[in-house]
Ligand binder design. Structure first.
Ligand SMILES: C[S@@+](CC[C@H](N)C(=O)[O-])C[C@H]1O[C@@H](n2cnc3c(N)ncnc32)[C@H](O)[C@@H]1O
Length: 504
């Protein structure tokens, strides 16, 4: 193996996934909701993704927010070549890609950054690369800028960790084949009633999951020489080297105590001073496998008035068609039904399009006090029923760029089913669509009025058919009838939402 890899497996390309947790608009809302000053997203903000893989997330974020300047690196040239091809084909002008390693990217001529995101990187690279990343954050993040860091967390991984030993013992022609052979061997051990599996439910659950995951994911997750599982307080100590402090989770759902902790746990944690020790103790209660943390480089607390002012200006949009939203949530603490009189008016206020918190409050009138409305909005964002947005000004310019990018993605997704996300210039992030709904958007973008007719024309040219109840439909009539039924459903529910998201 050549040493530029620093023990990272580069013989198989990584999967091309989109990660909504990397959306800057979501980060800013999480920071504000937790009472921190956050960068503003209306000016030319600057954002970098390090170790971007095939770059789908950064492309979506750059296309949805062309007023921002985006930068990304990954030392696998195949990843950057794939990402650059889509950037060129869609004419994205605000994204610079580099195949530099973390060490070399340190000296790249970058502007001072508002945000740096590291997804799927911290736990998977060697100590030297992590030290390079700390140096990068210290050198390139603005004072007041933030970093997103995801990592494999302890204690969640503790009972599962030895599975990696089994995956790495597999044999095959490349890392992906070896990992898959390792999963097959682990299966056999489990079936033989090996005692480690018999007494270890989390490991059995993870093994079931591994069977469904792509080989490339297994290779990049399990086969590298370095694989660091860490407690939150260890990351906090490491990032102190970049003068950074923990602010909050990037997942609002994970950060809302009332959604994830019992009353007893909340009382127990309240007795520990705020800081890494409490956060680590919290992980023993919630037991996450992956943490998604936001750290600030020089965090400044907002006064209550400043926080209210910034929150009032935040815009929100529905993330799910209104008709499909129920108020029952399945949470770690059990099933919870949200109070209709608090939540329904907020959802109704968003039914016709994005609204600022201030506008939501005007519409819902005196019904809820400000604290109740803010709390309810946080819960709805945490439940992914509504999404924070970019500022409303500049939407038309953003939409023109996002449309060009989405047209390219729609074209490519005819051949690549996993390319399932389109950029929303409203949220600044991606929105996932089912394959048939993507075909309907493709038809709309081509000016068709008979969406089902055009969708069937495309599918038949590709030699594909609509799948119903797990079976492909065999005749033209059956395919068209099913597509017409789905078109009616799409027009009633999804199309109005896509208009609000400015995707069509
Ligand atoms: C697990 S993948 C995650 C990719 C992407 N962030 C995502 O979540 O889809 C880690 C990525 O980091 C890149 N990487 C690892 N070590 C690196 C280094 N020293 N310099 C630059 N990139 C590196 C790998 O090539 C790989 O694409």
């Amino acid at each position: 193996m050549s040493d530029w890899t620093r023990g990272y497996r580069t013989d198989v390309n990584y999967t091309a996934g989109y990660y909504p947790y990397l959306n800057p608009a979501a980060h800013v809302f999480s920071l504000l909701a937790a009472g921190w000053r956050a960068p503003k997203l209306d000016g030319a903000f600057t954002y970098a993704e390090l170790g971007c893989g095939q770059g789908l997330s950064i492309q979506v974020h750059a296309a949805a927010a062309p007023h921002g300047r985006f930068f990304a690196n990954d030392f696998m040239p195949a990843h950057i070549a794939t990402a650059q091809a889509r950037v060129d084909a869609s004419g994205l002008a605000n994204l610079d890609l580099s195949d530099a390693s973390f060490a070399d990217y340190l000296d790249a001529p970058l502007p001072k950054l508002d945000a740096v995101v590291l997804h799927g990187v911290w736990s998977w690279v060697d100590d030297g690369s992590r030290a390079d990343l700390v140096r990068f954050l210290r050198k390139h993040l603005k004072p007041g800028g933030y970093a997103f860091v995801s990592y494999n967390a302890l204690p969640g991984w503790a009972p599962i960790m030895p599975l990696r030993e089994l995956l790495r013992s597999g044999e095959g022609s490349d890392s992906a084949a070896r990992a898959r052979a390792g999963v097959a061997f682990a299966d056999k051990l489990r079936d033989s009633d090996a005692r480690w599996f018999a007494g270890n439910e989390p490991a059995r659950t993870m093994l079931e999951r591994l069977r469904t995951l792509p080989n490339a994911y297994l290779a990049h997750e399990y086969m590298n020489d370095s694989w660091r599982l860490l407690y939150h307080h260890e990351l906090a100590t490491e990032l102190d080297g970049a003068q950074m402090q923990f602010a909050t989770s990037a997942s609002l759902r994970d950060s809302l105590d009332e959604l994830v902790l019992t009353d007893e746990q909340r009382a127990l944690l309240a007795a520990i001073p705020e800081g890494p020790r409490r956060e680590t103790a919290r992980d023993f209660c919630t037991n996450p496998l992956l943490r998604r943390d936001l750290f600030l480089r020089g965090g400044v607390r907002l006064s209550t008035i400043e926080q209210l002012q910034r929150l009032n200006e935040c815009t929100f949009v529905l993330n799910v068609p209104r008709a499909r939203i129920g108020l029952k949530l399945d949470l770690p603490v059990g099933s919870v039904t949200l109070a209709h009189e608090i939540y329904a008016p907020i959802l109704d206020a968003l039914q016709d399009g994005p609204r600022t918190l201030g506008q939501i409050r005007e519409r819902t009138g005196e019904q809820n006090d400000i604290a109740t409305t803010i709390q309810a909005v946080k819960v709805l964002v945490g439940a992914e029923l509504i999404a924070p947005c970019l500022p409303q000004a500049g939407l038309a310019e953003r939409k023109a760029i996002a449309d060009a990018f989405n047209d390219r993605v729609l074209f490519e997704s005819l051949h690549e089913a996993e390319l399932d996300v389109l950029a929303s210039p409203v949220t600044g992030g991606g929105f996932r669509l089912e394959p048939i709904d993507r075909l309907f958007v493709f038809a709309i973008r081509r000016g068709a009025s008979d969406l089902a007719g055009l969708a069937w024309q495309v599918l038949s040219q590709l030699g594909q058919a609509v799948v119903k109840d797990g079976q492909p439909l065999m005749t033209d009539d059956a395919n068209l009838a099913e597509l017409r039924r789905r078109e009616a459903q799409f027009r009633a529910e999804m199309l109005p939402l896509l208009r609000q998201l400015a995707i069509v």
